[in-house]
Design a protein around this ligand. Structure first.
Ligand SMILES: C[S@@+](CC[C@H](N)C(=O)[O-])C[C@H]1O[C@@H](n2cnc3c(N)ncnc32)[C@H](O)[C@@H]1O
Length: 271
């Protein structure tokens, strides 16, 4: 069973206040990478879409989008936010380890280390499998995450203040690095806004470059390209550890393969 979601993921308005700024740069880069590595289509899927800030940016650039998230509050918030685009936008409730959209997309993306909320290889591989199945031929999956460097990292604290629509939020984020044996990075967040203090503590699964490469080798994807968060070309396994990987299906998933994969997921769930 899933652990309860961190408190900040259940307060979508506050999450939006803290994180909405800066989304335009990432949307610009997603659009660019899809044009460079993708199939030319303009439909996008965002697993764990949160408040829908990236989806809103893609809609403004002419995309048709779908997002899903495990948090009921995030789904309601994103639905309201995207409602003015009518049928061009859809938002559903779903889990990254199992959600299968009915349609196929040209771009899927999962940024901000959100993939690392999946705490086992089994769940991570399921996510990669269902996402590969959700892509049109030639489509790309952009996976954005921070990699670990075991033994080299130290505990860290980041503090920032966000302002929007007359509201202010102070955000403190503490990170305690993972040990290679447990592979759990600890995140502790404090958000103070309007006299209210919200505390969230959760773990993220850690991957160093070798662990991520080994996982991807067991998935339907290959790494087609790799970039730093600023969009500069990078390499998995080199110095840069904040990466956007552009993943493409190794070979188009045939209908029979899709059926076999669905049956496998059903069997895994039943265990
Ligand atoms: C760091 S936020 C990122 C949200 C959004 N992608 C963004 O960048 O603004 C992580 C999101 O993942 C969602 N989440 C966590 N675990 C999930 C799971 N197993 N399946 C689907 N969503 C999940 C949370 O509810 C939260 O909205």
């Amino acid at each position: 069973m899933r652990a309860a979601l961190p408190a900040l993921y259940r307060d979508a308005a506050l999450y939006g206040l803290v994180h909405d700024e800066g989304a335009d740069d990432e949307v610009w880069l997603l659009d660019l990478l899809a044009r460079k590595h993708g199939n030319g289509g303009k439909t996008a899927l965002e697993p764990a879409c949160g408040t829908g800030r990236y989806l809103a940016g893609l809609l403004r650039r002419g995309w048709r989008v779908m997002g899903y998230d495990l948090s009921r509050e995030m789904v309601e918030f994103a639905r309201r936010r995207l409602s003015r685009w009518g049928k061009r936008a859809a938002v559903a409730r779903g889990d990254m380890a199992s959600f299968r959209p009915k349609e196929r997309y040209d771009l899927a993306f999962n940024l901000l280390s959100t993939f690392r909320h999946l705490m086992t290889d089994r769940e991570a591989l399921r996510h990669l499998r269902v996402t590969a199945e959700a892509l049109n031929p030639g489509g790309v999956f952009v996976l954005g995450l921070d990699l670990a460097a075991y033994g080299e990292e130290v505990a860290d604290e980041e503090v920032w203040t966000a302002r929007s629509g007359g509201r202010t939020a102070k955000h403190v984020m503490m990170t305690i690095p993972a040990e290679p044996r447990r592979r759990r990075e600890k995140i502790i967040n404090f958000v103070e806004s309007g006299g209210k203090m919200l505390e969230s503590a959760y773990d993220l699964r850690s991957y160093d470059a070798a662990e991520l490469s080994a996982l991807l080798a067991r998935s339907p994807f290959r790494v087609a390209a790799c970039y730093g968060y600023d969009g500069r070309p990078a390499e998995l396994g080199a110095q840069e550890r904040a990466l956007w990987l552009v993943l493409k299906a190794r070979q188009p998933l045939a209908a029979a393969q899709r059926r076999a994969s669905r049956a496998r997921t059903r069997r895994e769930k039943a265990r």
